[in-house]
Design a protein. Structure first.
Length: 315
């Protein structure tokens, strides 16, 4: 074998070795490692039953932004101290960012001011005045109340009493919604009563015709459930309105048990919360508030394409 032939065979052998290394190892070309961002979503309830569309949006963003999303529920409803303890626990346990649904914005804000956190927080609702909060995604809660009030005023006569049901007026942003709704009804001459008690008790205490406005999802869900399961509550006699949109609530709207709803795009809210959380980790973006649009819908709107996308998002 000549020297040239030996050299040629040597080059071929070397090429084969290089090709093997390129195809089966990262010794020569390093593969780009994918960074996974753990994000904890701490909701303001003891279960996540009312967050289905939000969760769909969060899961979609998790795929696109390499986030590992965990939903954390409260052990006891309406406990801001425990909720903020969960924020600290999740960050101490390695969460890159936290998405927070504050039980009580004022109390949660006070507690947050005394905490030192090593990860950014995205708030669902009005922004908290704290440097650790890097963004807020919210609806205009006063606008929600106005829209609900305007619908009730338009569709009912002022001689009817409006019974406003709320599981806890201090919970979340219920107070803002109630204040705006109450003002609209008062200016239109409607008599109104606020009930912070289970819907079953409210219905049992009142007979005859009534207009009911359930201003939080839990109260609306419970009221619709009671009306649906009791034929004596005729839908022409008990006119139910509310804020929120779970699958069950939309079914009752379609059946006519609920007359109208104020809704917002919870899929987008879930998506943007994870998007902003991840970007706050690796970009350190400036604080930003995103305002979601609210809509009033009736049964007739359920088949409109613009609302189908909001109410029935595809996973």
């Amino acid at each position: 074998m000549t020297r040239q032939e030996k050299l040629l065979w040597g080059l071929l052998a070397g090429g084969l070795v290089i090709l093997f290394l390129l195809s089966s190892t990262d010794l020569i070309i390093k593969e780009k490692k994918i960074v996974i961002y753990p994000v904890s979503v701490i909701i303001s309830d003891t279960s996540d039953d009312y967050y289905s569309n939000f969760r769909k949006g969060a899961d979609k963003a998790a795929e696109e932004y390499n986030a590992d999303v965990s939903f954390i529920t409260l052990y006891e409803e309406g406990d801001p101290i425990r909720q903020m303890e969960l924020v600290k626990r999740e960050i101490d346990d390695g969460a890159s960012a936290v998405v927070l649904f504050p039980v009580n914005p004022v109390e949660c804000g006070k507690i947050l001011d005394e905490m030192i956190l090593n990860s950014p927080v995205i708030v669902m609702g009005s922004p908290l005045p704290n440097d650790q909060v890097k963004g807020a995604i919210t609806t205009d809660h006063e606008e929600e109340g106005r829209l609900l009030g305007q619908a009730i005023i338009k569709e009912n006569s002022p001689d009817q009493s409006v019974k406003i049901i709320c599981s806890d007026i201090e919970y979340g942003y219920n107070k803002d919604i109630y204040s705006s709704l109450s003002k609209a009804l008062e200016e239109a001459g409607f008599f109104q009563t606020l009930y912070e008690k289970p819907a079953e008790e409210v219905l049992r205490e009142n007979s005859g015709e009534a207009v009911i406005a359930a201003i939080d999802v839990k109260s609306l869900d419970q009221t619709a459930d009671i009306l649906s399961g009791n034929p004596e509550y005729d839908s022409s006699r008990i006119r139910l309105y509310g804020i929120g949109s779970t699958t069950k609530i939309l079914t009752e709207l379609d059946r006519g048990r609920i007359k109208g709803l104020v809704i917002s795009d919870q899929f987008d809210a879930g998506y943007m919360s994870i998007e902003k959380a991840v970007k706050a980790v690796y970009k350190g973006v400036e604080k930003e508030e995103i305002l979601l649009e609210s809509h009033y819908i009736t049964k007739e709107h359920l088949r409109e394409s613009r609302f189908e996308r909001i109410l029935y998002p595809i996973d």
